[in-house]
Design a protein around this ligand. Structure first.
Ligand code: G1P
Length: 290
């Protein structure tokens, strides 16, 4: 079997971000900054570091600013040039994507993550693709999506990033039924979306990073409803088990749940502490709160 190169990534960004109101009344939740960079930009940079060349945002009403973020801002660049702000200009240029690298499609109705991915079916075509949920902010030495891409090239099949969590919170996630573990790869024998704690097959959960084979779209097309009466990606992924290789990658790094206020605040601190120009100041003021 020849392994197709992983070139595409889908970013489901249609959610309303109600947990962050009023901040998200006008602004897309994926534009919330951690230190000085919006969540969407961390996700795009992570994907680029994994060799992704084509980006598809699944957006909704009022979320065009997410695509604009990756456009050329002529007026801004003009002013920066006039003021000799070379560093800022260079930063903007380094972040620019090649023309035509981003497309967006709409998820008109919020029917679930599986439905959002199905909305990107024309973009996906018959190629493997990555999915990044920007709410899950990753702090990894090697891009988390790159860790998945390496596992995809090694196994030739579906891979998802997984982590162990305390059992009492497994009901918030997709949970795997694990098979054999080899190094950082766990064979996946089953997948359940948001199971009851007492029914969960393990305490190993799926985080918002995936590399999937295009065949998942066929299963999503059936529009079957699952947990929360939503069309769940997990349910369609589960149907691939047995037909194609399916593994979890115990990724190296840390995940911050930026869909949650505490997780978001923690991310601010953790990312600020990684910045040499502000780490000492942050450590200093943190002491005054303990
Ligand atoms: C989604 C997925 C779930 C996964 C989680 C990771 O859930 O459906 O399987 O574990 O992302 O963040 P959501 O957070 O959208 O409820």
């Amino acid at each position: 079997m020849s392994i197709k190169p992983l070139r595409k990534a889908v970013f489901p960004v249609a959610g309303l971000g109600t947990r962050f109101l009023p901040a998200t009344k006008q602004m897309a939740k994926e534009m919330l900054p951690v230190v000085d960079k919006p969540l969407i930009q961390y996700a795009v940079e992570e994907a680029r570091a994994a060799g992704i060349e084509q980006f598809c945002f699944v957006t909704g009403r009022g979320k065009t600013m997410l695509v604009d973020q990756f456009d050329v801002a002529y007026e801004l660049e003009h002013v920066l040039r006039e003021r000799n702000k070379t560093k800022e200009l260079e930063m903007l240029h380094a972040q620019a994507l090649p023309p035509g690298a981003i497309v967006s499609t709409r998820q008109q109705v919020p029917l679930g993550l599986g439905h959002a991915i199905w909305c990107a079916r024309s973009f996906i075509g018959d190629e493997p693709f990555a999915i990044l949920l920007p709410d899950d902010l990753m702090q990894c030495d090697v891009s988390c999506t790159k860790q998945l891409a390496d596992a995809y090239y090694a196994t030739g099949g579906n891979v998802v990033a997984v982590e162990e969590v305390p059992r009492e919170i497994v009901n918030r996630y997709g949970v795997i039924a694990p098979g054999a573990t080899t190094g950082n790869l766990v064979e996946i024998k089953g997948l359940v979306e948001k199971p009851k704690v007492e029914e969960a097959p393990s305490n190993i959960t799926v985080i918002g990073r995936y590399v999937l084979m295009p065949e998942v779209i066929g299963h999503l097309s059936r529009m079957e409803r699952g947990a929360g009466n939503e069309i769940q990606l997990t349910d369609s992924m589960a149907k691939l088990i047995g037909a194609q290789p399916f593994h979890g990658v115990l990724y190296e790094g840390r995940r911050f749940d930026c869909g949650d206020k505490i997780g978001y605040l923690e991310a601010q601190i953790a990312f600020a502490l990684k910045r040499p120009e502000m780490a000492d100041a942050v450590r200093g003021f943190l002491k005054t709160y303990t």
